[in-house]
Design a protein. Structure first.
Lengths: 141, 215
């Protein structure tokens, strides 16, 4: 029989919130550890930015594909920014160059893609790229 | 703390103390601040017409447009196709206006909302500021009405032979026309508009439920 009991521990503040003591599931621990090794916030915001630039100018309209720079560049720039976000998440060692690339692509989208996905995607891209650049990897043990 | 014999799961507090990557905020500002400055400059440049931007407007929204004065080099291509989201293929005639110069433009669109009709209205001054577009393409679905009036319309009137017969003049492949004080009334269904090298100068935009449309 496995004994289970609650014990107060020394050294912890006396008024800790209850959730601080609750143990996490193995999946949450793995996700937390995975996120700690990569710029998850910058990567996520960057990916959202790419989606906004690719989808927002086309959402709700009847025409799928348009000729011209503005019709095509949304998909191209949005796809490139989504790729930057994905690389931030899965190749975190490239976070610096990916962050700068995201910011530059977002600024380019202002000129070529319906004012950067109606400004929303542009601003998300600048924030996401800056977060990706500013991320510092964990210190090697 | 919950403790199980032989196995102890980490808590949120323990995980936070674990060696993790983090955002260094002074490095964030090193990129973020210059990027926002560049964006501000681009926005100012687009507003005053120095920075060209590209727009693609598409859909079935009713748009009313008038212009006091405009000039362009026009080309029409063979009918093209576009595909709608429900898979339907439709035919349009893409008409491209090159080196478009417009003064005194007014563009308005009305969107019905639960709070009343919301009108977005874009205008530019009739004198001084000129909107320049390097390449504007209109995908014309159909033409309902065309009114045309003017003082003079002379076609191929530029040069004559010795006996007075009009002769070809100007650039080969173009029809030389001389028109003045024309009034055009067009009622078109345009499926999409794309504009490249768009220099917006003095454009003002206003949107509210109390706005009037252009006509």
């Amino acid at each position: 029989m496995t004994p289970r009991y609650d014990e107060p521990s020394f050294g912890e503040p006396p008024h800790e919130p209850a959730h601080e003591h609750e143990s996490l599931s193995p999946q949450m621990v793995a996700l937390y550890a995975w996120a700690g090794e990569r710029p998850w916030l910058g990567g996520t915001v960057t990916t959202l930015s790419g989606l906004a630039i690719a989808v927002l100018p086309n959402k709700g309209f009847t025409v799928v594909v348009l000729p011209g720079v503005a019709g095509l560049s949304g998909f191209v720039l949005g796809g490139l920014i989504i790729a930057c976000g994905m690389f931030m998440l899965f190749s975190p060692q490239l976070h610096g160059i990916l962050g700068i690339a995201t910011v530059l692509l977002s600024l380019v989208s202002f000129v070529t893609t319906n004012i950067g996905g109606y400004v929303i995607g542009l601003l998300l891209g600048i924030v996401g790229g800056s977060l990706g650049f500013a991320w510092r990897p964990p210190d090697p043990d | 703390m919950r403790v199980t014999a032989g196995h102890r799961r980490p808590t949120g507090r323990q995980l936070r103390h674990h060696n993790r990557g983090r955002v260094v905020w002074h490095r964030f500002t090193v990129v973020f601040v210059p990027a926002m400055l560049a964006l501000t400059l681009l926005a100012i440049g687009a507003y005053v017409g120095v920075v060209p931007v590209a727009l693609a407007i598409e859909g079935k929204q009713g748009v009313k447009a008038t212009a006091k004065k405009f000039s362009f080099d026009g080309t029409a291509t063979f009918p093209g196709f576009f595909q709608t989201q429900d898979g339907e293929k439709r035919t349009v005639v893409p008409v491209t206006l090159r080196n478009l110069r417009v003064q005194g433009v007014c563009v308005s669109t009305k969107v019905p909302t639960p709070f009343g009709d919301y009108v977005l209205r874009i205008t530019s001054p009739t004198v001084g500021s000129v909107i320049r577009v390097g390449d504007a393409t209109f995908g014309i679905d159909d033409i309902d009405r065309l009114d045309f009036g003017g003082d003079t319309v002379n076609v191929n009137y530029g040069e004559r032979t010795a006996d007075g017969t009009p002769t070809d003049s100007g650039i080969r492949g173009y029809v030389p026309m001389e028109v003045s004080n024309i009034v055009l009334g067009l009622d078109l269904n345009i499926r999409y508009v794309t504009a490249n090298q768009l220099h917006l100068d003095g454009l003002t935009m206003a949107g509210s439920t109390g706005q009037h449309e252009c006509y």
